[in-house]
Ligand binder design. Structure first.
Ligand code: PLP
Length: 414
């Protein structure tokens, strides 16, 4: 049985403990297990935002574009965060949101396959994260018959879906509900074997588990900025293009700030080199100021230690839940093998959404997905093993008392 003392001992030996000091602590009594939804705020953000407002916008106005490096933020932030993706710094950029980057990279990947008339299919998961599916569906809808969808409903179906008529494969590295983690290297190799390219969504893996984009020769990738990357609500997302796939064609959304000569203002479009061409128009300067603070933290982190901490948290939570709540009807729906899990763990839980609400009232912030799934996001920089022990103890109490049946918990807020 895992005891509170054992959890505290693991925390006392935690080689990443100093990282917590870079983030705003949770309010007394609150345990945030929602890093899969929105990450903790870096402590440096308020001061950095104040500088962007007063020292830059107000004091410098137009001069701030250059003097405060507003224009360079997408590359600067992308380069600092690239190690989280296992990618070279110059191949990553922070721009727009995940949805837009999925669209731009899928459209670009299809453009590269356009000349090969036999390649029509986009392999994807219609039951995956909605926006990822909608981007594929939108491109097929507007593609005037050129592109078609091929759905896979379970990971085991990938092999059968990969034929030489596939142009692109769009996959979430980690499923937002079950936390199932694909073998990124093996799946990429399987797609390459039939001449297809892969666009990975790393929103539930980057910054939590090893990704290894470059080693896997993955083609394209996106990452949500405001979840495990802690870049703030509405932060830009990351976009990655493998080096040898860059500069082969125009980006899908050419804009003035993705132009090779931004300040020329004349003549025809010419794409900027590399992922800089994915910049469309003006970047969100204030969001980038907040994201800079997160990039500063991630740029210094020892990733091997961070990933080891996550594995320790994830295996501890799985075991604690089994020991304390298994007899009360809680069942893990995420894979039993850590190597097949991403950032969070999902459990099927009596009371479902009402139990998630009761947990909130008890200070444990998790998130609910239909029909009865509660997800616990394990941001390794801020969550402790003792947090997990207390969270499971509070859940156990709620289930034993059946307090989730109270009328006030029946309206599900998340
Ligand atoms: C959160 C999330 C997104 C978010 O998309 P935005 O366009 O940035 O809002 C996309 N895909 C996945 C898998 C996610 O988890």
């Amino acid at each position: 049985m895992i005891t509170l003392a054992a959890c505290e001992a693991l925390d006392a030996a935690d080689a990443t403990a100093a990282l917590r000091e870079h983030f705003e602590p949770a309010p007394e009594g609150t345990i945030f297990l929602d890093g899969n939804s929105i990450g903790a705020m870096p402590k440096a953000v308020p001061e950095r935002m104040a500088r962007a407002l007063h020292g830059e916008w107000s004091a410098l106005r137009r001069q701030a574009w250059h003097h405060a490096d507003w224009l360079d933020a997408p590359q600067r932030i992308g380069a600092a965060m690239a190690p989280l993706l296992g990618a070279p710094p110059q191949d990553v950029i922070a721009v727009d949101n995940t949805t837009l980057n999925l669209h731009k990279l899928l459209a670009y990947g299809l453009q590269l396959a356009r000349a090969d008339a036999g390649r029509r299919f986009i392999v994807y998961e219609p039951e995956g994260f909605p926006t990822d599916a909608h981007v594929v569906q939108g491109i097929v809808h507007h593609g005037q018959g050129r592109w078609a969808e091929r759905a896979i409903d379970a990971p085991a179906e990938l092999a059968g879906a990969l034929r030489d008529d596939v142009a692109m494969v769009v996959l979430a590295h980690v499923d937002y509900r079950s936390s199932y983690r694909w073998d990124l290297a093996a799946s990429t190799a399987a797609a390459h074997a039939v001449g297809a390219r892969v666009l990975w969504d790393l929103s539930h893996s980057a910054g939590v588990v090893p990704v290894g984009l470059a080693d896997s020769r993955a083609d394209f990738a996106v990452v949500c900025g405001y979840k495990y990357l802690s870049s703030g609500p509405g932060a830009p997302a990351l976009a990655y293009i493998r080096h040898d796939l860059q500069d082969r064609d125009w980006p899908a959304l050419p804009g003035w700030l993705g132009h090779a000569d931004r300040m020329n203002f004349r003549g025809a479009y010419a794409p900027a080199p590399g992922p800089l061409s994915l910049v469309t128009g003006t970047m969100p300067v204030l969001q980038n100021a907040a994201m800079d603070c997160a990039a500063h933290i991630w740029g210094q982190v020892d990733l091997a230690l961070l990933f080891a901490k996550h594995e320790s948290l994830s295996t501890t939570l799985a075991q604690l839940m089994h020991e304390q709540c298994g007899g009360l009807g809680v069942r893990q729906i995420s894979p039993a093998d850590y190597g097949q899990r991403g950032g969070h763990i999902a459990f099927s839980c009596p009371g479902g959404g009402a139990t998630c609400e009761a947990l909130l009232a008890a200070g444990v912030v998790s998130s609910f997905r239909q029909p009865d799934v509660i997800r616990f996001g394990l941001a390794p920089a801020t969550v402790t093993h003792a947090d997990l022990w207390h969270a499971v103890a509070r859940l156990k109490h709620i289930l034993e008392q059946q307090s989730w049946r109270e009328a006030r918990f029946q309206q599900v807020s998340v």
